[in-house]
Design a protein around this ligand. Sequence first.
Ligand code: APR
Length: 175
Amino acid sequence: MIKIIQGDITTLAVDAIVNAANQVMLGGGGVDGAIHDAAGDELYEACLKVPEVRPGVRCPTGEARITSGFKLPAKFVIHTVGPVYRDGLHGEPEKLAACYRNSLALAAENGCKSIAFPCISTGIYGYPKEDAAKIAVREVRKFLAAKNAKDAEEMEVIFCCFAERDAAVYEKLLS
Ligand code: APR
């Protein structure tokens, strides 16, 4: 099941919320800052413990890592790193699609029945909102169709949009 919610992702009592993180995974601005603020210092400590795959990189672009949610109502935080948008011709669509796929796979592996996504890459990283939303919807639909065919177990996927106009983009795509 797919739902759209307009609001602050840190308030959602779901199994997992997704963080639009950066490769270092130690916090930042935007939704990343909001999630770290709401989860408390333990989230920072947990992120520090995620092994670096190379210096300064805990999560390469397009991949995902999971931690506990600590003070958040959500049980887990799935950290994923969206692409920085240049012109759409430098692998950005594939990288963004991988964020959704890998986050969903990690959620399923950890027994999550509900997951909420922010609009990954569409803030500081500059991905055009509509293009990003199309990729998000396509990947989530693909994942749910494959999952339901396999085990018929419903997962609730929420697109959590901070801004009303972002929610409107998703409403249009899902109608
Ligand atoms: N809840 C839901 N969505 C939010 C929230 C919130 N509390 N705060 C911001 N957003 C939305 C923004 O409106 C935007 O649509 O999250 C979306 C993603 O924007 P950013 O947080 O800027 O993420 P991104 O574009 O992927 O850039 C990632 O920003 O904060 C840094 O460490 C992060 O370097 C990384 C970069």
